[in-house]
Design a protein around this ligand. Structure first.
Ligand code: AMP
Length: 270
C-alpha cells in the first residue's frame, strides 16, 4: 500500500494506471467503505482511496470540527484490505487554485440540498478537483448518500471520461445504516435509530402496497416518530429514482429521510 501526501507524488505514482478505481472518503472507515473498496478491487486493476475531510461541504463549523477522525486505525484497515494507493491531501493541496463556483439549479434544491446550504456545491467542487487530478476510470460511492451519488454521477460523467457507480447500503445488525457519524451516538440513540429504521422499512413496504395513499402514510409515521422518539425530522419524502422529482406513482421510487437524534444528523433511504 502506497501512502501519498503530495500531489506531485500522486501524479507520478498513478501515471501508468489506466484502469484505476477511486473511492473518496472522509475517513473513520467502516464496513460501508469496505464494500466500496472491495467492489473497486473486483472491477479495477488498481484502487485508490482518499481520506479528506472536505471543509467546503460543511455548512456548520462545529460539525466540521467534531467530524470523527481515526487516521491510524483507518490506515491499518486499508492495509488489511490491500488497497494500492491511499491519498491523504492537505486542504492546501486540494484548494490550490480558484475555480468557478458550482451552482445547483432550483430543481436540485431538495432533500439535503435544501437543508444543508452549499453542501453539495462543496462535494461537487472537491470531486471535480480529485477527478481532474486522478482521472480514475471508475468511482465507487454509497447508495446510502443517494442524492450525493445522483448529483456526482450527473456532474462527473458529463464532464469527464469517468463512470460513477453506486454500491448497496451496509447496515448494522439493528438495520441502522453504517455511518462515520454513528460513533457520535450514545447507546440509547443507537438503539432508537435502529427501531426508527425498522419502522421506515415497514413504511416503504406499506407505500409499495398502497402508493396512492403515500402522503397520508408518511404523515402518520412522521407524527408517530416525532412523538415517541426524541428526534427532529428534517424531511421524510418519496422521490422517483430517475430524476428525484415527486412523481412516484408509476415509477420506481425511494423513501428519503434525514433527522437529528441526540444532536447527530442521520440520513438514509429505502
Ligand atoms: P464518507 O466517508 O461518509 O464521506 O463516505 C464515503 C463513501 O462511502 C460515500 O460514497 C458514502 O456514500 C459511502 N458510504 C457511507 N456509508 C455507507 C454505507 N453504510 N454503505 C455503503 N456505502 C456507504
Amino acid at each position: 500500500m502506497k501512502l501519498i501526501k503530495l500531489k506531485t507524488d500522486l501524479i507520478k505514482a498513478i501515471e501508468l494506471d489506466k484502469r484505476l478505481g477511486f473511492v473518496p472518503t472522509m475517513g473513520s472507515l467502516h464496513e460501508g467503505h469496505k464494500a466500496l473498496i472491495k467492489t473497486s478491487k473486483r472491477n479495477c486493476k488498481k484502487t485508490l482511496v482518499s481520506i479528506f475531510v472536505n471543509p467546503t461541504q460543511f455548512n456548520n463549523k462545529k460539525d466540521f470540527e467534531t467530524y470523527p477522525k481515526n487516521l491510524k486505525k483507518d490506515l491499518n484497515y486499508l492495509k488489511k484490505l490491500k488497497v494500492d494507493y491511499v491519498y491523504l491531501p492537505t486542504i492546501k493541496q486540494i484548494y490550490w487554485k480558484k475555480k468557478i463556483k458550482i451552482k445547483l439549479n432550483k430543481s436540485q434544491n431538495i432533500l439535503c440540498a435544501k437543508f444543508r446550504k452549499g453542501h453539495f456545491e462543496g462535494v461537487l467542487d472537491v470531486l471535480d478537483r480529485f477527478v481532474e487530478l486522478i482521472s480514475p476510470q471508475k468511482i465507487f460511492m454509497g447508495e446510502k448518500d443517494f442524492q450525493q451519488f445522483f448529483l456526482v454521477k450527473n456532474y462527473i460523467e458529463n464532464k469527464y471520461n469517468t463512470k460513477v457507480y453506486a454500491c448497496k447500503t451496509i447496515r448494522a445488525k439493528n438495520k441502522l445504516a453504517l455511518s462515520s457519524r454513528n460513533s457520535l451516538l450514545n447507546k440509547q440513540s443507537f438503539i432508537r435509530s435502529g427501531i426508527i429504521t425498522k419502522k421506515l422499512l415497514i413504511l416503504k413496504n406499506e407505500i409499495n402496497k398502497n402508493k396512492k395513499n403515500y402522503k397520508k402514510l408518511i404523515f402518520n409515521l412522521k407524527k408517530e416518530l416525532s412523538k415517541s422518539f426524541d428526534i427532529k425530522i428534517e424531511y421524510l419524502e418519496c422521490r422517483n429514482v430517475k430524476n428525484l422529482n415527486t412523481d412516484i406513482l408509476n415509477k420506481p421510487f425511494k423513501l428519503f429521510v434525514a433527522y437529528f437524534i441526540n444532536n447527530v444528523r442521520l440520513i438514509d433511504n429505502f
